[in-house]
Write a protein that binds this ligand. Structure first.
Ligand code: NMN
Length: 173
């Protein structure tokens, strides 16, 4: 059976990895959707789709699970978003999420959704991590070593600090 798990992964952190490990107990193959793929260089979405593809691919490579990493751009039309996802992804039978909108859209489209209390932490930890990067506080301990390497390769922490100085659109983390 193949599953689908979408997140913005800004950045991919230990909570995400833990979820993938839990999902791996239930299925053989997993599609990891890189959500809001067109967004980057903002405090809320600092990393490009390509950078997130690197983070996710390297972070899960040691797991005993076949994974496909697929960038998914946002669509200004929720009613057809599931078709959009399906058009970009290998076929899947079950979607994993705790995002209320994502759950609702998949359910309305007749796709089985599995939730976990762990998912709530995604949002909290993502914002916390970006905050720590901006203020140069220890964030490395909260992400897989492969993600530290990718963020270092692209000088990501200095990017988000610089963006935070100039982001005047009042975006929240
Ligand atoms: O749960 P998070 O990490 O927010 O990830 C969900 C992802 O799915 C986000 O990138 C979100 O933008 C995306 N999404 C997009 C649409 C749309 O484009 N209409 C609808 C539902 C979810």
């Amino acid at each position: 059976m193949r599953g689908f798990y979408i997140g913005r992964f800004q950045p991919f952190h230990d909570g995400h990895l833990h979820m993938v490990e839990e999902i791996a107990e239930e299925i053989d193959e997993l599609v990891l959707g890189i959500g809001s793929a067109g967004d980057s260089h903002t405090t809320r979405n600092p990393f490009t789709a390509g950078e997130r593809v690197m983070m996710v691919t390297k972070a899960v490579e040691d797991l005993d699970l076949t994974t496909y990493v697929v960038p998914i751009e946002d669509l200004d039309r929720n009613s057809v978003w599931v078709s959009h996802v399906q058009s970009m992804s290998p076929g899947f039978q079950v979607a994993y999420s705790n995002n209320p909108l994502v759950i609702r859209l998949f359910e309305e489209a007749g796709v089985e959704v599995r939730q976990s209390p762990m998912f709530r932490r995604d949002v909290l930890e993502g914002a916390e991590l970006r905050e720590r990067m901006i203020h140069d506080r220890d964030w490395e301990a909260l992400v897989p070593p492969a993600v530290v390497e990718v963020i270092s390769e692209i000088d990501g922490a200095s990017r988000i600090r610089r963006i935070a100085e100039t982001d005047s659109n009042g975006e929240t983390l």
